[in-house]
Design a binder for this molecule. Structure first.
Ligand code: TPP
Ligand code: MG
Length: 803
């Protein structure tokens, strides 16, 4: 444990004074924003507010140690830091609070995230990397507590890779790996598993990560005694402290109201971490929440008088003020005058931010009012339309919702009328949606040239006497080519390094490409994904391996909350093109046969979900993804590694297209739709069905997200007039998703002569053993009989009942 020593300064007293005064000015500016921000919520102009009051001074000290190229992964309290590094103005602070959808006013998320969620832009408007070494960087925040931790690990590890791996073009990303990844977390959020998992992993990996714990003793209303053993996180983490013999952490403890000691601590932490690549923990104690947790409640409900009194006294801004007076940096009067002028500046900034958001909406309302008035004049329902118009006009602070609500309702009154005014309004509404909807819905996926959907298929090619090899060999050869062709590509996971993964798809590759690029990790799925997210955000091309699909559950939260939303929550200004590799579907028993596709499908919108039926298809997906800038989850078939496949002669080059289905058997009687391991059973059943005169067409979905972008399945159904979806997920899962796509998006119902069917597993987890599989998941006989039943239903004389 480090104690603090005083900073030795070489600068003149006047310079020092100026710097301190600027720091105080910033602290007060940030505080005024918090105070006024809360008022804006309570008076109804903004919906919710969560602010950084009570944490200003440590963040100013931190910002002094933060250099260009560094990255932040923090949480909603960090507004003062963002202001200190020049990435948040007063206007932008309020634009965030008001949810301004204009990225030039609200650069954090264009109003998609509530205020207090911070970002810098890593990408330009075309989705191209900016030079991250020339700017101060913050990865985009998320709200789930401790959700910033896994990504922090990857942001830090990227420095290690850039420093230690040769051959990568680092121009835009790193200067010899000298960048620190700085994390922040609240004291209560250290109770989360993600915190402990990350802390351990960073200690193992020895990466330049500095984590600050803002300790205000509370997590909303819950006191530290319910959160942390011994009520002290640095006390219980003492075992992580490095010593002469063992690697570990450097741990600091400092009071959050002590300005000089904070500056000294952050300088020392940065020096150790940047140079030596040592993780550092700074436990910043004795912080406060002057306005309580957020605008949703008041802390007087759960803090006693004594605590409230202590918080008022030890408010970090108040303590800095006292220190400045005591050290002759400013007088009480001077500071009072300064505070008054800051109050005014903040009020003006707030006003400007409000004008920036409301003026365009008022202009849009004006257009709508004119159209409504014209409509009223020409309609027999004039009175009703005028009422709508007057209501819309009456809003002092109109929302787009009000404009659309009024105009859309107005159309109902003229439903049986025809007039140019009606057409004008109809067109205006359509056009308005086209302009406004993307403000809320764009960038779920990349909209750049490198989007995965822009990649074209390259078929595998074969020598005339191509060797038949185990599927895993196709993968291994392809990964070898990937690591040779892309110096920035790397893979890591449990058993992925030394033995080359549990199925030998990476056999020998660690020896060839090095232990940092083909790496073993601890058993920690969430931070394996986080490692990947952070590294991908810094320009590397990580492939994170989750050993079995069943265990992706541990990582699903971070995939869903963080990875899937990166593009969306930054409106395309950050990306994390992480490839997640896993293996799954039917093998053995409850936890090695999972195919929890419904859950995954619903949780990872924003990530492509690819389900190759063999290893050549899988390898082709990896090749496609490495040329694109999007995240994806690739699920290899667990039982396919030892099945024979021909070895292509264009290894590393062939590409499986994303979102394109493949017809693997043509037929006329029924369309069978499936994917992954189950396809082999479907193919077998189809062969047997021929024997009773049923000619099935089989379609391999291959890509669940995105799904059949060319609508090929409906084309097949228009020929066969029947469809069955065969899935080893439970009913209502993957099959329901596929059915929805086919019926609602492809309008297949019009071609159907029989009701569409799904064949799925039992509701329970799959039982162990061959019979366990047979009685849990669709078997060849199940498929045969289900298809036969459809045919029996439509033509019982040709296909009499089987049983
Ligand atoms: C996973 C998750 N659970 C619960 C919440 C609701 N929540 C938001 S902040 C918070 C308390 C966090 O306290 P702490 O980490 O000490 O940070 P502080 O707000 O005190 O700075 C809670 C429970 C959340 N955002 N995410
Ligand atoms: Mg707290």
């Amino acid at each position: 444990m480090n104690t603090n020593s005083k900073t030795k300064t070489e600068i003149t007293f006047d310079d020092f004074k100026t710097e301190v005064l600027n720091d105080y000015k910033l602290a007060v500016t940030s505080r005024e924003c918090s105070l006024l921000g809360r008022r804006e919520v309570l008076t109804g102009k903004a919906k919710f507010g969560i602010f950084g009051d009570g944490k200003e001074i440590p963040q100013i000290a931190w910002a002094k140690a933060f250099k260009n190229g560094d990255f932040r992964s923090g949480y909603y309290r960090d507004q003062t830091f963002m202001m200190a590094i020049g990435e948040l103005t007063i206007e932008q602070f309020f634009a965030g609070l008001y949810a301004d959808t204009d990225l030039s006013n609200e650069p954090m998320s264009a109003g998609r995230q509530m205020g207090g969620h911070f970002t810098t832009h890593s990408l330009d408007k075309n989705g191209e990397w900016k030079n991250l070494t020339e700017q101060k960087n913050s990865s985009a925040d998320i709200s789930p507590t401790a959700g910033q931790m896994p990504r922090l690990l990857g942001l830090a590890q990227a420095s290690k890779i850039y420093r230690e791996v040769d051959g990568i073009d680092t121009t835009k990303f790193s200067k010899e790996g000298n960048e620190i990844a700085w994390g922040t977390i609240g004291n209560a959020s250290t109770s989360e598993g993600l915190f402990f998992e990350t802390i351990n992993a960073a200690g193992v990996l020895q990466v330049p990560m500095v984590i600050s714990i803002w300790d205000d003793q509370y997590g909303i209303s819950v006191h530290a005694r319910h959160q942390t053993t011994k009520e002290n996180i640095s006390e219980i983490l003492k075992g992580f402290q490095r010593n002469e013999k063992e690697k570990g952490y450097e741990i600091f403890r400092v009071d959050g109201w002590n300005y000089p000691e904070l500056i000294d601590t952050y300088q020392r932490a940065a020096k150790i971490s940047r140079k030596e690549h040592i993780p550092v923990m700074i436990h910043v104690q004795e912080l406060t929440q002057p306005q309580g947790h957020s605008t949703s409640g008041s802390h007087e409900r759960y803090k006693n008088q004594e605590r409230l009194k202590w918080e008022a006294e030890y408010d970090c801004n108040a303590q800095m003020r006292l220190w400045m007076i005591a050290n002759n940096i400013a007088t009480d009067e001077e500071l009072t005058a300064l505070e008054r002028s800051i109050k005014k500046t903040v009020r003006e900034g707030k006003k400007a931010a409000w004008a920036a958001i409301i003026n365009p909406i008022i202009a849009e309302r004006k257009e709508a009012l004119v159209l409504l008035e014209n409509l009223a004049t020409s309609s027999t329902n004039s009175a009703f339309i005028t009422k709508l118009k007057n209501e819309l006009e009456g809003f002092n602070e109109p929302l787009r919702k009000n404009i659309l609500s009024a105009t859309r309702k107005a159309l109902r009154y003229v439903v049986s009328e025809t007039s140019p005014e009606k057409i004008a309004l109809q067109n205006w509404i359509t056009n308005y949606f086209e302009i406004i909807q993307p403000k809320y819905s764009s960038h779920l996926h990349s909209q750049s040239e490198q989007s995965a959907l822009n990649q074209t298929e390259i078929l595998p090619t074969y020598d005339p006497l191509a060797e038949e090899v185990d599927g895993r060999v196709v993968l291994r050869e392809n990964f070898d080519a990937i690591f040779s062709n892309y110096p920035e590509a790397l893979i890591f996971g449990e058993d992925a390094g030394y033995i080359g993964d549990v199925n030998q798809g990476l056999e020998g590759l660690q020896e060839k490409h090095g232990a940092l690029r083909v790496a073993d990790t601890g058993i920690r799925e969430a931070t394996i994904i986080g490692q990947g997210i952070g590294m991908a955000m810094r320009g590397l091309r990580p492939i994170a391996e989750i050993q079995y699909l069943d265990y992706i559950m541990y990582a699903l939260q971070i995939m869903s909350d963080d990875l899937a939303t990166v593009q969306y929550r930054t409106k395309g200004r950050q990306k994390a093109p992480l490839i997640v590799r896993t293996r799954g579907h039917r093998l053995e028993g409850i936890w090695h046969s999972g195919s929890q596709m419904g859950g995954i499908l619903n949780l990872i919108r924003g990530i492509h979900l690819l389900v190759p039926r063999n290893m050549t298809k899988a390898a082709g997906f990896y090749n496609t993804l490495l040329d694109s800038d999007e995240p994806a989850l690739v699920i290899e078939c667990l039982n396919g590694y030892r099945l024979k496949e021909k070895l292509p002669n264009n290894i590393g080059e062939f590409k499986t297209p994303i979102g394109v289905v493949e017809t693997i058997r043509e037929g006329n009687d029924i369309t069978l739709v499936s994917y992954g391991s189950t396809l082999r059973l479907v193919e077998k059943a189809a062969k047997e069905l021929v024997q009773v005169g049923i000619d099935a067409e089989i379609i391999d979905v291959q890509s669940l997200l995105p799904f059949d972008i060319n609508h090929d399945i409906v084309k097949s159904i228009s020929k066969t007039n029947r469809v069955m979806i065969i899935d080893e997920d439970v009913s209502g899962g993957g099959s329901a998703y596929i059915l929805n796509e086919i019926l609602n998006k492809q309008n297949a119902f019009q071609y159907l002569d029989s009701s569409p069917k799904t064949l799925t597993s039992k509701q329970h987890r799959p039982a162990y053993g061959t019979d366990g599989d047979y009685f849990s998941k669709p078997s060849t006989e199940d498929i045969f009989e289900a298809v036969y039943d459809v045919m029996n239903e439509s033509n019982p004389s040709n296909y009499p009942k089987l049983r």
